[in-house]
Every structure is written in C-alpha cells, then in structure tokens.
Design a protein around this ligand. Structure first.
Ligand code: GDG
Length: 482
C-alpha cells in the first residue's frame, strides 16, 4: 500500500490537540491522512536563505513527517509574491484588472517549481501517491514526470478556475494547462470551476472530454472531478461547545449590551468583498433607522500577503470606509462597525460565530469558503443565526438554504440583512437544519477520502483502507449537490 506525499506551498507542522492556536481543518485532515497512510508533507518552510541549497529540514511531530526547504529572496519575490499572488490569484478570482503579467514572475514560478521537484524527488518511493495542492504548484507534476516519476499524482485546486475568456489573457496559458494534464487526477471545488476547466481543454486545446469528465491526453487518462472541501465538523462543533468558546461568546454578548450581532471573518483579501460589505451595511443603517442603533457588525480580518501592494491598498480602503461609516452612524456610546485587524484562536472564533445573529459571508469570488460552513456548525440549533452567503462563493451550490445574495448589489445585501434580522424562529431553524446536515455530511474527512480514493485509481479505488471514511457515502459522486 503506497504512502502519501502531500506537497503544498507551506507545510503545517502538526500540533498536539488543544495546543494554543491549534490548526485549521485542512491541516488537521491532511495530517490525519498522513498518519493513516504514512508518508511525508513537503513544502516551503516560509524561511528565506541567501542562496538556495535544497537542504531538507525533516521533522517528525505527532506521528507525521514533514520536509521543508528554504527559498532565496528572489524566489519569494517572483514565485510567491509575484506569479502566485500577483498573477494567478487575481486572475483565478476574475480580477484581470489586478493581474500583473511580468515575465520575471513566470520564470521565477517555473524555477521554484523545479526546485520543489528536485528537492522532493528523492523522498518519493515506488508506490507512493503524490497529492499536490493549489495554484502555487500547477506545473510541479509535469516536472516530476520529466524527472522520471511514474507514480499516481493528483492536484487539488483550492481557488476557482476562471472562464476561458479570462484565462487566455495569461501569456503561455496553453503551456500551463498542458502541464496540468500530467496529473492523473485534477480536483476542483465545485462543478462550475470544473466546467470552466473542461471548456478550456476543449476549446483551446481541441481535446475531447469523455462522458465521465476524463480527458485522454498523450496516451494517458486524466480524471477531472469536483471534490467540494468541508470543515472538520466534529472538531469544530466540539470547539464551539467548549469552555474557551463559551467565554468568548459571553464576552462578546456582554460587550454589545443586547444589540444584534453580524459577523464577518475573512483574511484581508480583495476577493472577500469587504469594501462592498461595509457599503451594504452602511446602506442598511441609512435605510433602517429603527434597526441602526440595535445592531453591530464585527468584522475580523487578519492581514495577509502584506508584501503585495493590492493588499496594502485594500487595507487602507477599509480603514477609510470604517472611519466614514462609524463617523456617520456612531454616537457616544455606540460604534456600528468593529473592524479588527487580527486573528483569534479557533475556539474563540467558534464562540464569536455562535454569538452572532447573522453570518455575513459575501466574497466576490471564492473557491469554496469555509467560514460559511464554520458559522453554520457553531450555531445553537434551537436558536440559530442566519447565514447570508454570496452566490459567487463555491459553497453556494451546497448551501442553497442560506440567504443567497449578489455581493456587488449594495441594495440586495442591505435587504438581506433586514430580512435576516426579522426572520421568524421557525424559518431560521428550518434553514439551519438543512445547512447543518450538508456541512456535516460533506466534511473535510469525506473530501480527503474521496480524493485519495480517486488518486488510488480505478483498479484500487475504494481500497484506501480509510477507517475514518464516510461509510456508504464513499462511493457517492463528490460533486453531487448537497
Ligand atoms: C482558500 C480558498 C477555500 C480566518 N480568520 C481567522 C481564522 N480564519 C480561518 C477561517 C477559515 C480559514 O481561515 C479561511 O478559509 P476560507 O475558506 O474562508 O478562505 P481562504 O483562506 O481564502 O482559503 C477558499 C479554502 O482555501 C479551502 O480550500 O475554501 O475558497 O480561497 O477556516 O476560520 N482562523 C483563526 N483565527 C482567525 O482570526 N484561528
């Protein structure tokens, strides 16, 4: 039975359960998969070195082996800050206005992918399964193939896949997509991104897509499928019921003195639609004076990618907007938006979600969005809050019982806020019950089980020996609507 070699830009070293700042669901799920199958998690350490040496820092923690390399400053600038986060990230989120096409970025991206391939190569054994993650490493599989790797390899893309008409604005787009066809399994978050990918290979590469969405390419069969990611439902509901969450819940509730709470939790990123959200909230306050002094928006937005200028701009924009809105609607004892630029431990976050009457999740474009799922999982089923969710989040397909909104429409979001605040208990319970069932059934364990099963291939599918798998549902198509 082959081991798993997980490869991602960054590696999350496992921490003991209950450790401070414990890990997110994805890291927990991948570590669980590694514990079960054996293997190694490989990636960049996050550290800089003057000159690239390829030295592997191997560690073993909590039953999981990790291997990391350091990168040169030029690598970090061109590969990570450059091609990954100034070219592919905005393009994949439909923001060609923010996409930078710089030849040095492209070269740095290929160089670092090559460095990843060279460094991980000696770690791969004959029967290992190779599972690569995300937009940082799209051509890695083809580089490993060039170096003789014959193992089964899969890629899971956490972001959206853009429409063909946008993707063709990327110089050398054909080369990038052709390199992806060296994987055996290509995983997307939902049917929409999968369709866009299949459209590209048909229209731009003239390839035929089989009825099961597989693609025959250069004598090999590539399986392309949707594998919607979920949260670690058990871990999160447990965290939400624990003492730390309760204390955070009570602290927040007391601080608002009877006001209704709306919560947003997002990495500070332009794809998350924070500016539009604040404007919608401002419109809501202006149009509904009867609610205005009785509600408060808590926006938690830990900074990310601070070396990229578009991220500095969004931070300034949000500070300005918060200032304006609070200036216009505050009084001596009340501020309508609490905008917090820092992260909180997961258990506290769960308590904040539970205290909130509305979860406001309005990205302009998002691969999936796990915050929407965490918000639902953290609610009290007897008196749940209402999820307002962007129709452009990958999660929308599975979460049709949320109030779905167009995040670009200030009026639409403002009306949804009013509707959510006035929603009767029966309707809140009914919607929440359906959402919770979907979040529970499509959790992160099912996601990784379905992906690993597909990675094993048609001959060995279903023999992954995954004791934590979802039983009968293992054979259900992963892209079925919830
Ligand atoms: C990418 C895709 C896809 C946020 N603030 C704090 C905190 N968080 C955690 C949330 C959630 C995670 O970060 C964010 O996940 P999202 O899914 O919302 O978004 P991205 O970071 O953009 O992730 C996305 C995801 O990959 C998985 O495939 O869903 O579409 O863009 O878990 O809770 N965690 C803590 N403190 C914070 O203040 N501890």
């Amino acid at each position: 039975m082959g081991r798993l070699i997980v490869i991602s830009n960054r590696v999350s070293v496992p921490k003991a359960a209950g450790a401070a700042g414990a890990q997110g669901g994805l890291a927990v799920a991948l570590n669980a998969a590694l514990r079960e199958h054996g293997g190694i998690w490989f990636g960049w350490s996050g550290q800089e070195t003057e000159e690239f040496t390829g030295h592997l820092d191997m560690q073993r923690n909590e039953g999981v082996t990790t291997a990391t390399i350091d990168l040169e400053p030029q690598d970090i600038e061109e590969y990570y800050n450059g091609y990954a986060n100034r070219t592919l990230w905005p393009l994949f989120h439909y923001r060609i206005d923010l996409t930078e096409y710089d030849r040095n970025f492209g070269e740095g991206y290929e160089r670092v992918n090559e460095r990843f391939a060279d460094s991980v190569l000696p770690l791969i054994e004959r029967d290992d399964l190779v599972w690569v993650h995300d937009y940082h490493l799209l051509p890695l599989g083809s580089m490993l193939r060039q170096k003789g790797v014959k193992n089964r390899m899969g890629l899971f893309l956490h972001t959206p896949w853009p429409p063909t008409r946008l993707l063709v604005s990327l110089p050398l787009h054909e080369r990038l997509v052709a390199s992806m066809l060296e994987y055996d399994v290509l995983g997307f978050q939902n049917a929409e991104w999968l369709e866009s990918f299949l459209h590209y290979v048909q229209k731009e590469m003239g390839l035929k897509v089989n009825p099961d969405n597989s693609i025959d390419y250069e004598g090999r069969r590539v399986v392309a499928r949707a594998f919607p990611i979920g949260i670690d439902y058990e871990e999160f509901t447990e965290a939400a019921a624990g003492a730390e969450a309760r204390a955070a819940h009570d602290r927040l509730k007391q601080s608002v003195r009877g006001r209704k709470i709306l919560i947003g939790v997002d990495r500070l990123d332009y794809s998350k639609g924070l500016g539009e959200r604040f404007e919608a909230y401002s419109r809501f306050l202006a149009d509904n004076p009867e609610h205005a002094a009785r509600a408060v928006l808590l926006q938690i937005a830990p900074p990310s990618r601070e070396d990229v200028s578009s991220y500095q701009m969004i931070r300034e924009d949000l500070e300005r907007k918060t200032g304006h809105i609070n200036g216009a609607h505050a009084d001596v004892a009340f501020v309508p938006i609490r905008y917090v630029n820092r992260g909180y431990p997961r258990a506290q976050l769960a308590g904040f979600y539970r205290a909130a009457d509305i979860g406001l999740v309005t990205p302009l474009r998002d691969g999936m969005n796990l915050v929407a799922k965490e918000y639902v999982a953290a609610q009290d089923p007897d008196d749940p809050g209402v999820l307002i969710l962007s129709q452009f989040a990958g999660a929308a397909g599975q979460m049709q019982d949320a109030l779905l909104v167009n995040p670009h429409s200030i009026e639409h979001v403002s009306e949804a806020i009013k509707r959510a605040l006035e929603m009767p208990l029966d309707e809140r319970r009914e919607r929440h019950g359906k959402l919770l069932a979907s979040v529970r059934d499509h959790d992160v364990r099912r996601w990784r089980h379905d992906f690993v099963t597909a990675l094993f291939g048609p001959d060995k599918g279903g023999q992954s020996g995954d004791a934590t798998g979802p039983g009968n549902s293992a054979n259900a198509p992963a892209d079925e609507p919830a």
